[in-house]
Design a binder for this molecule. Structure first.
Ligand code: CP
Length: 319
């Protein structure tokens, strides 16, 4: 069993319920991973994913090897038939098979290049490992998806009564950022929200449309204030342009989430995957207020990862 994207979750409702149960007794399955090893391969920086996935693995008794592949590994070639007479020292064909001998599960973080949309959408790194490794692969944020984050967000929403009482309104808002950022978090959040029984709205400036295949069927509102009206949850995230691929086409500071905008909501809760740039994406006031769920979201990263690893370990039993 691989965990590459949100589509690998067969029942979101069941997975959220199981993760919440796991959160109450995280050390209950410490024997499950005994004698097994997970390798966490990072091609990009991380705080939450690295530590929460490591903790999740430890909770399951897994041995954990972490490698900052971009700094410590050989530069990998992914193209079949490549004449490797330039900067790439090792082919994915050997690397994936070799790592599979040391690790029973391989988890990978490999962001979008934001240079070449076709290559990013082909998920060359993640799919390269999937094709050539002989063990399960876990996506710790790829070019187009961050399913462990979206699962943690679903847990956080459920804990904060998304599915209780009246139907809720959830808003995903684009927010300004000085750097070009990938679409992975927004994509997976949209996929997750499409499985929820809520009113879901995406708000962004013109030109910041997400991949139309992912956003299809979702209400888009270009007036951010209007979108915030009566929202129960506001999820802020920057992403770069999809059509002018990887470009920053606006840094409009009026799109920052502040107290005035949150006052338009229905006592809405603020969410962000972190790391977040204070007073660029969101004001101090909002981030430091009781409406903010960002620390809870980060905490739930442990349980989303632990649930995924548990399912993989269970699927390996008897193999
Ligand atoms: N949200 C998230 O994935 O955080 P890191 O980039 O720090 O892992």
């Amino acid at each position: 069993m691989d965990f590459l994207g949100f589509d690998d979750i067969n029942s979101l409702k069941d997975w959220v319920a199981q993760a919440r149960k796991l959160k109450n007794a995280p050390l209950r399955y410490q024997e499950l991973g005994a004698g097994k090893t997970i390798g966490l391969l990072f091609f990009n920086p991380s705080l939450r994913t690295r530590l929460s996935t490591q903790k999740a693995a430890q909770n399951l008794g897994l041995n954990c090897i972490v490698m900052n592949f971009d700094k410590e590994g050989w530069a990998l070639e992914y193209l079949d038939g490549a004449v490797m007479d330039q900067g790439k020292s090792e082919h994915i064909r050997e690397a994936a098979q070799v790592i599979s001998q040391y690790c029973d599960i391989i988890a990978i973080r490999a962001f979008a290049s934001l240079q070449d949309r076709e290559r990013d959408e082909a998920e060359v790194v993640l799919k390269g490992f999937q094709e050539h490794a002989s063990v399960p692969i876990v996506n710790m944020e790829s070019s187009t998806a961050h399913p462990l984050q979206a699962l943690a967000d679903a847990i956080t929403l459920d804990e904060n009564d998304l599915n209780e009482k009246a139907r809720k309104k959830v808003v995903l808002t684009w927010a300004p950022h000085p750097k070009a950022l990938p679409h992975a978090v927004a994509n997976s959040f949209v996929k997750m929200m499409k499985q929820q029984d809520v009113d879901f709205v995406i708000t962004h400036p013109e030109g910041y449309e997400l991949n139309p295949e992912i956003a299809s069927g979702v209400q888009i509102e270009h007036d951010q204030n209007k979108a915030f009206e009566n929202a129960d949850f506001v999820y802020a995230k920057n992403w770069s342009s999809y059509n002018e691929y990887g470009k920053v086409i606006s840094r409009d500071p009026t799109w920052m989430v502040d107290q005035k905008k949150m006052a338009l909501t229905n006592n809405g809760r603020f969410m962000h995957c972190l790391p977040v740039r204070r007073n660029v994406v969101v004001s101090d006031e909002v981030l430091d207020s009781e409406t903010s769920l960002v620390i809870e979201q980060a905490n739930n990263r442990t349980y989303s990862a632990q649930l995924v690893l548990m399912k993989i370990l269970e699927s390996m039993k008897g193999q």
